[in-house]
Design a binder for this molecule. Structure first.
Ligand SMILES: NC(=O)c1ccc[n+]([C@@H]2O[C@H](COP(=O)([O-])OP(=O)(O)OC[C@H]3O[C@@H](n4cnc5c(N)ncnc54)[C@H](O)[C@@H]3O)[C@@H](O)[C@H]2O)c1
Length: 320
């Protein structure tokens, strides 16, 4: 009998790619998503269109905060937990509430339900934001975690909850700390999406800060490969960095986007945003050794894929 896996946040950027990869492997996939309005839910519906047309994917539309999770998860061999309220900048002030609800409470409910699953694995989508500004680069899993944003605090809390249920109830847990993921379906609030869209439309591009900040950018297919490896992992290490294997400045990214789009970009530098760390750089040697993780996609190839998707999305959703 085919194994069934569950993906929370299935309609999102990373979750939808993961569902497709699982279906392509011949697995039955149950996706859960409540289509939050953090960004246009029409994009999330578009992400799921191909999956919903096939026989191996089933969607439960509902929130992890409300669903009867023990019933929903019954029979699952692995649960990939990608549902979250993302974004660093919106996590300050009055809009913190959905971060508590979707990143902490929802994760606690999911962990409780995992207890009934008898050995099913939980793979948690964690984030480089748990580190904050580290004194040492590259960032290693045993470095101090001191998030610089409320979002990072909630992602770290989610990770701590997963590890708590591993320690107390033996739930098999793997936490993957992603470093800025990009590629087709990237969220509209994320830098590459904003830059490419503005480039395609001939609009100006706002860059927060001087553009000299560096990031370790990770192509979404590499993140999916890490999840597949985590599903089959037989070892004991609970937390891994998942980075793209190279680290570049935002200004370098803009050069590459200009080349990929074959046009000159109108770049304007604005104030640094609170919560944005200056540098991220993943040491992925632990994931390489334990999971066989090896990022494969170059920045140029990955950006081209994202630009092609954005162009076609614009056509599908229309200008309005
Ligand atoms: N994109 C990145 O660069 C990045 C980096 C580090 C970590 N992550 C983590 O990866 C995961 C996926 O990120 P993404 O960029 O694909 O975000 P996304 O917003 O595209 O996807 C998240 C999905 O979760 C759903 N969701 C939110 N709360 C829910 C709830 N309570 N119940 C059911 N569904 C809910 C949303 O509707 C959305 O479709 C998140 O956990 C995020 O924190 C992402």
């Amino acid at each position: 009998m085919a194994k069934r896996v569950v993906v929370t946040g299935a309609a999102g950027f990373i979750g939808s790619h993961l569902c497709e990869a699982m279906v392509a492997r011949g697995l039955d996939v149950l996706g859960i998503d409540c289509f939050t309005d953090y960004y246009d839910p029409r994009i999330k519906r578009d992400n799921l269109a191909a999956l919903l047309a096939g026989p191996r994917f089933q969607l439960i539309e509902g929130s992890l905060s409300a669903l009867d999770l023990e019933r929903v998860l019954a029979g699952a061999s692995t649960v990939f937990h990608h549902a979250a309220q993302p974004g660093v900048r919106a996590s300050w002030g009055k809009t913190f509430e959905p971060y508590i609800e979707n990143n902490i409470r929802a994760t606690q409910r999911l962990c409780e339900a995992m207890r009934a699953l008898d050995g099913a694995r939980l793979v948690y989508a964690s984030s480089s934001s748990v580190y904050g500004n580290t004194a040492e680069l590259p960032m290693r899993e045993d470095h101090r975690t001191r998030p610089l944003s409320p979002y990072g605090v909630t992602k770290l809390a989610g990770e701590a909850l997963c590890l708590l249920y591993a320690d107390n109830f033996g739930v098999p847990v793997v936490c993957l700390r992603y470093f800025t993921v990009y590629g087709p379906r990237q969220r509209p609030d994320m830098a590459f999406h904003r830059f490419i869209k503005a480039g395609l439309e001939g609009a100006h591009i706002d860059v927060y800060g001087s553009g000299t900040q560096t990031r370790d950018f990770t192509f979404v297919d590499d993140v999916v490969a890490a999840n597949l490896a985590a599903m089959e992992y037989a070892g004991e290490v609970p937390v891994f960095n998942i980075g793209g294997g190279s680290r570049v400045t935002l200004n370098h990214v803009l050069d590459v986007i200009g080349r990929v789009l074959n046009r000159k970009l109108d770049v304007r530098y604005t104030e640094t945003q609170k919560g944005d760390v200056m540098h991220t750089f993943a040491d992925v040697s632990l994931a390489a050794r334990e999971l066989g993780y090896a990022p494969k996609t170059t920045l140029e190839a990955g950006l081209l894929h994202e630009a092609e998707w954005l162009e076609s999305l614009g056509r599908r959703l229309g200008k309005g």
